[in-house]
Design a protein around this ligand. Sequence first.
Ligand SMILES: [Zn+2]
Length: 215
Amino acid sequence: MIDDLIEGYRRYRAGWTEAERELYRQLVEHGQSPKVMVIACCDSRVDPSIILDAKPGSLFMVRNIANLVPPFERDGAYHGTSAALEFAVRRLAVDHIIVLGHAHCGGIRALYEENQESSASDFILGWMRIVAEAGRHVHENCRNLSPPQQRRALEQEAIRVSIKNLLTFPWIESQVRAGKLHLHGWYYALAEGILMALDPLSNEFRSLLDGNEAK
Ligand SMILES: [Zn+2]
């Protein structure tokens, strides 16, 4: 596997054209100025740069288990995601924050199965407690759905909770209120390769391209 990666790096280096060289020269000389922050899952199947065909320098990104945003807390704990948010909003002054969730999420499954009385973990379940209210919501309101449908409902509800948590950060809330920062909840249905966005009016997820994706 490592040999495959080194081979990949060899191809990458071979493909370094003058355009690439110039792009990185600009990014070093002027520094990065991404306009978009993405909070995505660690899942190896959901790489925002690939899905969004984004160039280096365009996405400021943090990836964690189940793409969660914790609430604003000043408790001296190690807040990697909150530190990334602070850098993006206060230093880089991004215009957009996207919480990018996805189907078949292992972190969400751990939370779902805990609700079904399952196994323990050192860190994962503690982290997933950030969206415990999403778990309760789905447990109470989606009893009539099949387990895979319930997990999808939980994956999407967790995005809504993360968006709500973003607004507990005072420097995010004030920028959103001033119309300078825009929050987006996106959901990637990975088996179909379809990206959906949370519609603020209906509070439902709809295909970002209005169902016009090429099959
Ligand atoms: Zn995931």
